[in-house]
Ligand binder design. Structure first.
Ligand SMILES: Nc1ncnc2c1ncn2[C@@H]1O[C@H](COP(=O)(O)OP(=O)(O)OP(=O)(O)O)[C@@H](O)[C@H]1O
Ligand SMILES: [Mg+2]
Length: 261
C-alpha cells in the first residue's frame, strides 16, 4: 500500500507552514524526516493524522492511501484506514487506563463498524484474546504489567511515555506509523528497544516515518529514505548518508534559498 501526499500546503491563521510538500510512504519501508526546529515536521504528521486546526487552501493538495483520498476524513476514520501517530508530546488521560484505551482503540479500528451512530463495534478480539495480545506486546517492550492498569501517561517518566507510544503502535498494527521524536529523552537501552520495535513493525509490513533530530536512532534502524524539511518545504531527499551528512554539517546548505516568509 502507498500513502501519497501531493502538493500539500497548510496555513495556520495567516501564516503558511507547509509549502507544496509531496512525499510518499510505502508499507514495509522506513523513512526519516529531519529538519530544523519549527520547520513543520510535527505539522505534517498532524495533518496526515487529520488534525483540523490547519487550513489546506490549495485544491491540488491531496493525501491518499492507494488511490483513496483521505483528506476529508476525520482522525478516527484515518485510524481505521491504518494510520497511527505517536505524538511528540503525548498527553495525559486521567481516569483512563492504558489497557482500556488500547482495547477501545483496537476494537474500534479492527472491529466491524456499527451501523448508524452506534459506538460499540463488533469486537475483533474477545477481551481475553486482546489481553493476551497486550500483555505479550508489553513484555516485548519491557513494560511492567502493572503499567497497563495505570492512567494513560499519568506520572509516567519521559522515556516511559515514549515506550507507551510504541506499545500502542505494536498493538494496533497500523499500515503507516508516524513517530514524532520517539527517540528524544531515551536511555541507550530504551533507544535500542524502540529501534528493535520499529524493525519489527517494518517486518510485519508497516510503513514507518521517523521524525528525528538525531542520527543516533537511525544507526539502529537504517532508513530506506531520508527527507529534509526546511521552512515547510522538502529541500533534499536521499539515503542514510544524507542523515550522516546533516549530523556532520547541519542544515546550513539547505537554508538560504528557503527563508521564512
Ligand atoms: N497550533 C499551532 N499554533 C501556533 N503555531 C503553530 C501551531 N502548529 C504549528 N505552529 C507553528 O508552525 C511552525 C512549525 O511547527 P512544527 O511543530 O511543525 O515544527 P517542527 O519541525 O516539528 O519543530 P521541532 O523540531 O521543534 O519539533 C512553528 O513555527 C510553530 O510555532
Ligand atoms: Mg516537532
Amino acid at each position: 500500500m502507498k500513502l501519497t501526499i501531493t502538493n500539500l500546503s497548510a496555513h495556520l491563521a495567516d501564516r503558511q507552514i507547509l509549502k507544496d510538500v509531496s512525499l510518499s510512504l510505502l508499507t514495509g519501508k522506513v523513512y526519516a524526516l529531519m529538519g530544523p526546529n519549527g520547520s513543520g515536521k510535527s505539522t505534517l504528521a498532524q495533518i496526515i493524522m487529520g488534525n483540523p486546526a490547519y487550513e489546506i487552501p490549495n485544491p491540488k493538495s491531496q493525501i491518499q492511501i492507494n488511490k483513496k483520498n483521505i483528506l476529508s476524513m476525520k482522525p478516527d476514520e484515518r485510524a481505521r484506514q491504518g494510520i497511527f501517530l505517536a505524538f511528540q508530546n503525548p498527553i495525559t488521560v486521567p481516569g483512563v487506563s492504558v489497557g482500556n484505551l488500547l482495547k477501545t482503540a483496537y476494537q474500534s479500528i479492527h472491529g466491524k463498524k456499527p451501523k448508524g451512530n452506534g459506538v460499540v463495534a463488533n469486537p475483533a478480539l474477545s477481551v481475553w484474546e486482546f489481553n493476551t495480545l497486550l500483555v505479550e506486546k508489553a513484555k516485548n517492550l519491557g513494560i511492567p504489567q502493572e503499567f497497563l492498569g495505570r492512567a494513560v501517561n499519568d506520572n509516567f517518566s519521559g522515556g516511559e511515555k515514549k515506550k507507551l507510544e510504541m506499545l500502542q503502535a505494536l498493538t494496533l498494527k497500523p499500515k503507516f506509523a508516524l513517530f514524532d521524536e520517539i527517540d528524544t529523552g531515551l536511555d541507550v537501552d530504551a533507544l535500542q528497544t524502540v529501534a528493535r520495535t520499529i524493525m519489527d513493525l517494518k517486518r510485519q509490513g508497516t510503513g514507518v516515518l521517523i521524525i528525528t533530530h538525531y542520527q543516533r536512532i537511525l544507526k539502529y534502524v537504517k532508513p530506506d529514505f531520508v527527507h529534509v524539511l526546511v521552512n515547510g518545504s522538502i529541500v533534499a531527499s536521499g539515503g542514510y548518508t544524507l542523515a550522516k551528512d546533516i549530523e556532520k554539517n547541519g542544515y546550513k546548505k539547505f537554508i538560504g534559498n528557503h527563508s521564512k516568509n
